[in-house]
Design a protein around this ligand. Structure first.
Ligand code: HEC
Length: 161
């Protein structure tokens, strides 16, 4: 009898663990990629891809001049520049191929200031038109436009700019 109860107990524990796993697997919609390595891209070509795909209509990059645009969207999101944490290559690649995965906090702040709700990213999906070579160059170009700022410390205090 007592063995039976122990078995039931063990079984319910196993079932509970399985349920937990299932729930976490479901909520983890994205598939993180380990061992995903792309070859080095060409920064100058990447800048051209940025222009060819009209990324400059919705984005500015400090110190990079782009051709004038006819239409300016209500929210222009600056990318690149001096930041305390450089967006890593994988994050930039994800931002391009899967824009809805993480909506940029900068953009959310802009919309909140304008009393608008954020639901999806207005960024188009480029998977159909962009070649892999273009994507590699583009992400290399984006990555090259981030500079990491060193935090300044003063007598143990952390100073932000
Ligand atoms: C129609 C406007 C629009 C176009 C065109 C567009 N984007 Fe975006 N992009 C956005 C908006 C708005 C965001 C912020 C919301 C989000 O995170 O998706 C964003 C976010 C990003 C981010 C993440 C920025 C951050 O700080 O998290 C990157 C990188 C980016 N875009 C690159 C590109 C590239 C490269 C192209 C061209 C291939 C492009 N975008 C085209 C509107 C656009």
């Amino acid at each position: 009898m007592s063995i039976n109860i122990r078995w039931k107990y063990a079984l319910s524990l196993v079932l509970f663990a399985c349920a937990l796993l299932t729930v976490s697997a479901c909520s983890e919609e994205a598939r993180p990629v380990k061992g995903f390595v792309l070859p080095e891209g060409d920064i100058a070509q990447g800048e051209q891809v940025f222009i060819d795909f009209n990324c400059h209509v919705c984005h500015t990059i400090p110190d990079v001049d782009f051709p004038a645009v006819e239409f300016t969207p209500p929210f222009v999101v600056p990318i690149g520049g001096e930041v305390y944490r450089v967006k890593n290559y994988g994050e930039l690649l994800t931002a391009v191929v899967n824009p809805d995965h993480i909506i940029s906090p900068k953009y959310i702040a802009m919309l909140e200031r304008a009393d608008r709700e954020v639901i999806i990213s207005p960024m188009p999906y480029y998977g159909e038109e962009m070649t892999v070579a273009e994507l590699i160059d583009l992400v290399e170009f984006l990555h090259s436009n981030y500079t990491r700022l060193q935090p300044q410390y003063y007598r143990g205090y952390y100073l932000t700019k």
